[in-house]
Design a protein around this ligand. Structure first.
Ligand SMILES: NC(=O)c1ccc[n+]([C@@H]2O[C@H](COP(=O)([O-])OP(=O)(O)OC[C@H]3O[C@@H](n4cnc5c(N)ncnc54)[C@H](O)[C@@H]3O)[C@@H](O)[C@H]2O)c1
Length: 283
């Protein structure tokens, strides 16, 4: 379901944020414009009891890729366990990227907790700006809990709100990064074809992205190398490994990406800079 504007403007005064890395600290800074925000991280000096006083708390801890190419969501689960042990009764909004099926597991493991999954889509380079101006907000959870979570976003006027089920929110978040991986791999494939076919890659990609159905150079810009960064590879891997037999396209993305990376390792740009310095430019 897509809701185009937030109608509930009722304000909550205190908000908690658990995990103060790239996502959590941007959220902390932005929400401090509207609320009394308390932060908590395992690194540093924070008071857990401050979180327990907040009627709504966000979880922004890391979910790295594990050795099987799946997301390791143990930090999120540990945080939920800690909230359950503290008898936390507020609404918990998870911004960390989750593996497929995680929400079903934790909602049955912690039935007393009010958990909403609201994946984050910010670009790390401009984390605060993207937090303050999201393209869309996604929510999945019980109706009452989502309604409470929405109150925090009364500042986000004119933003598409997508309320959906747990699985669609989990897969949708991963799909977004898999789409980036696929666009970058397409661009890199076109670079090879342009070289072999003696075409001008800048003109070729311009022909692609100036179309009214595309109209955006993001990830279709040549010369930026392989996809990389903290999220795109691990999230694409999670989707690919959760649905291995449906993921031929993503497997091809990784084959293309590895080839680009190994070619870049041995080459330099016109200015003598190692090409591999471009890794992750496509984040
Ligand atoms: N960085 C991005 O660009 C980005 C974009 C969208 C989504 N995400 C997702 O958001 C989540 C957070 O990413 P990030 O880049 O902010 O991670 P990060 O590694 O920068 O920060 C995570 C923070 O959580 C803290 N932490 C870990 N376990 C904790 C615990 N039990 N209690 C309290 N604090 C704890 C860590 O000390 C760290 O400060 C990940 O799931 C990531 O995939 C990240």
């Amino acid at each position: 379901m897509v809701v185009n504007k937030i109608t509930n403007k009722e304000l909550i005064d205190k908000v908690g944020i658990i995990g103060l890395g790239s996502v959590g600290s941007a959220l902390f800074k932005h929400l401090s414009n509207f609320y009394n925000v308390s932060g908590y991280d395992i690194i540093g000096n924070y008071n857990w009891n401050d979180i327990l006083k907040c009627p709504v708390s966000f979880i922004c801890v890391q979910t790295p890729g594990d050795r099987n190419g799946r997301l390791d969501c143990n930090h999120v689960e540990d945080t939920l366990q800690k909230l359950a042990s503290s008898n936390y009764s507020g609404v918990i909004i998870i911004k960390s990227t989750l593996g497929v099926g995680f929400m079903e597991n934790v909602t049955s493991k912690f039935p007393e907790l009010r958990i909403v999954y609201s994946p984050e889509f910010l670009r790390e380079k401009s984390a605060l700006e993207w937090t303050a101006n999201p393209d869309r907000l996604v929510f999945s959870g019980k109706e009452d809990d989502v309604r409470e979570a929405l109150k925090i976003y009364s500042w986000a006027t004119g933003v598409d709100i997508i309320i959906t089920d747990y699985r669609s929110a989990e897969i949708g978040k991963l799909a977004h990064n898999a789409f980036i991986a696929t666009k970058v791999s397409f661009t890199n494939t076109m670079e090879n074809i342009a070289a072999r076919g003696r075409g001008n890659i800048d003109d070729i990609m311009k022909i692609v992205y100036t179309d009214r159905r595309v109209r955006n150079m993001a990830h279709l810009t040549p010369h930026l190398g392989a996809f990389g960064g903290k999220c795109v590879p691990k999230d694409t891997m999670e989707l690919m490994n959760a649905f291995s037999s449906e993921s031929l396209l993503f497997k091809a993305d990784f084959v293309v990406n590895e080839t680009v990376k190994s070619n870049m390792k041995n080459s330099t740009t016109d200015k003598g800079i190692p090409d591999s310095d471009n890794y992750g430019e496509h984040r």
